[in-house]
Design a binder for this molecule. Sequence first.
Ligand code: FMN
Length: 223
Amino acid sequence: MSEPVDRLPQTRVSYESPTFDDPGPTPLDLFRRWYDEAAEHIREPNAMTVSTLDEWGPTSRIVLLKGVDAPGFVFFTDYDSDKGRQLRADPRVALNFPWHDMHRQIRVRGLAEVVAPEDSDSYFAMRPRGSQIAATVSRQSRIVGDRAQMRAEYDAAAARLEGREVPRPESWGGFRVRAFEIEFWQGQRNRFHDRWVFRRSDGSHEPAALSQASAWTPVRLYP
Ligand SMILES: Cc1cc2nc3c(=O)[nH]c(=O)nc-3n(C[C@H](O)[C@H](O)[C@H](O)COP(=O)(O)O)c2cc1C
């Protein structure tokens, strides 16, 4: 159990982990290894924060990672939602995987791009029908009167689409985050944590394939 809010200054968890002295050759190898370890210990390790920018500053929300490969990290959303509009106007993005229970955190900085429509089609087709109908009706991030209105719109769409495949709404699909920096953090005793950050070997802030060892140089940071 944790302390209640009025004991925040006294709330303290001590971290101890195996040593983390070798980040390995590529960020993809390390991410995959840590992800598989997280999958054994953590519920929804694929829940990550996605931070975007608008004219007023940064804003974050949680979304689910649906794939990671050499080009980047993929998630799905409504392109006309606040985050969708923000990313289409300014692709600069940050991800955070907060795996507290393992005393680990992974931070990603990069640029978001819309995935190929076929990739959005194939993932949409895999979703449960109810989620497909909800995505058809929802105008994510816009104001709605009440739950009854949402329900009525859902029921109308379900009736209209009865017996048919639900087509993917054009405004719904994936983003891929192409990274130029990835940090792996592991908590250690005395707050003397391990931090390894993979930066671009050429010093640029251009995204690179996560599997290409020559593109990345890992450096250790003070905690
Ligand atoms: C555990 C969890 C998983 C979520 N997964 C997604 C997701 O995969 N895609 C998505 O669009 N929103 C997801 N959301 C909802 C977002 O956090 C957010 O409320 C929504 O996308 C609207 O954000 P926006 O107004 O900034 O665009 C999730 C929320 C939680 C708590």
